[in-house]
Design a protein around this ligand. Structure first.
Ligand SMILES: *Cc1c(COP(=O)(O)O)cnc(C)c1O
Length: 386
């Protein structure tokens, strides 16, 4: 049996070697602490679970959902965009429910990119941007992303051939995995560039509500003219501890939203309406749960940043996201240092090169580990480097 050639072109799972070592160490009975996964450890807020419990008992929700999302869900998303960002989107034409934003990001490529064409993806980033292209037998050009430029993806030197064949530019700030945030000026330049080169600008805004030190992350749709070229992706996964529920939305440019909807109409039949009702409760209900979570992550961030600096490792305290992105010590690579932490401290971190070429020389530490485990991991890191 012969599977599609594009499957062979997907990159190998880069964390496989670390995973195998971890399994071997755990088999000896050692207690391994994982700071590797970006998946909130706290439960979904109670009022959201209650809304789901009510919705699941309503027989009207047992039938096929509205493919684009229920009118009520899309209205709640549009109201949220207006309240939180001052952005106006038409819930009927410019908002689409997603089965998690990963799904929407991957299918956006199906909606815009033909075989042999290009997406422009950040060279340190969420693997779905380029993976979606590979699955379409298309290509990814990786835009350099350097620390000296604040980890803002650089689109100023894209080779003419790739640019001519490019259809979508992906960016995402606050950024996974670097924790970097974008300036308004950067967004404006990206919008102008995409307008000039007839590209769709896709902004992945998964961490807009997980911000620290008083920072407030914008929507790219706040920028003038953004709706002419931009689609933006939002997910309830991180701000409401809902990774398992699979719900998010895309909004922005009508042509882009409708094209993505057409792809989805042919592939899925929408998200369970009861999940959408729970999401309405999350977006429209009290937001103190999000504030509490911000404080929790901020405290964990400070513990990790303090521990890393204490052992001489350079890292910025991120203004947003659930990650600390740290430079590995002199003489180490991402993988050698991640291996050392695993073998000598029994702590799992993610090697930065797994996120793309410019991630080499860094590790990513996730803040979604319960406090006692996180503190124990910090103690082990401190012992290791003394
Ligand atoms: C977690 C995350 C998402 C959201 O994924 P869902 O499919 O909505 O759970 C999207 N983009 C990035 C960069 C992420 O880290």
């Amino acid at each position: 049996m012969r599977t599609a050639r594009c499957l062979d072109n997907l990159p190998p799972y880069l964390f496989a070697r670390i995973d195998a070592k971890r399994a071997a160490i755990e088999a000896t009975g050692a207690d391994v602490i994982s700071l590797g996964i970006g998946d909130p450890d706290m439960p979904t807020p109670e009022h959201v679970v209650d809304a789901m419990a009510r919705a699941i008992r309503d027989p009207k929700n047992h039938r096929y959902p509205d493919y684009a999302g229920s009118p009520e869900f899309r209205r709640a998303c549009a109201d949220y965009m207006s309240r939180r960002f001052g952005v106006s989107v038409d819930p009927e034409r410019e908002v689409l429910a997603l089965i998690g934003s990963k799904e929407g990001i991957a299918h956006l490529v199906t909606a815009f990119v033909d075989p042999g064409e290009y997406v422009l993806a950040p060279s340190i980033g969420y693997p779905v941007y380029s993976g979606g292209a590979t699955l379409m037998s298309a290509n990814a050009y990786f835009m350099p992303m350097k620390e000296e430029n604040g980890f803002l993806a650089d689109f100023s030197n894209i080779p003419a051939d790739a640019l001519a064949k490019a259809k979508i530019m992906f960016i995402g700030y606050p950024n996974n995995p670097t924790g970097a945030v974008a300036t308004e000026e950067y967004f404006d330049r990206a919008i102008a560039f995409c307008r000039e080169h007839d590209l769709l600008l896709a902004h992945d805004n998964a961490y807009w509500d997980i911000c620290f030190d008083g920072y407030r992350a914008p929507s790219i749709l706040e920028r003038p003219g953004a709706k002419d070229v931009c689609i933006e992706f939002f997910s309830l996964s991180k701000p409401y501890n809902m990774t398992g529920w699979r719900i998010g939305w895309a909004c922005g440019n009508e042509t882009a939203v409708q094209a993505l909807g057409t792809v989805k109409n042919n592939l899925d039949s929408g998200q369970f309406t009861a999940v959408q009702e729970a999401a309405i409760a999350a977006l429209s209900g009290p937001q103190d749960c999000v504030g509490e979570m911000r404080r929790l992550y901020e405290r964990r961030r400070d513990e990790i940043v303090g521990a890393l600096r204490g052992v001489g490792m350079a890292c910025n305290a991120p203004k947003a996201t659930i990650y600390v992105w740290a430079k590995v010590p002199e003489g180490e690579t991402s993988e050698s240092f991640a291996t050392k932490l695993l073998e000598e401290a029994h702590v799992v971190v993610t090697p930065g090169n797994g996120y793309g070429p410019d991630g080499e020389g860094f590790i990513r530490i996730s803040l979604t580990t319960p406090d006692d485990k996180l503190l124990e991991a910090v103690r082990r890191i401190e012992r290791l480097r003394r």
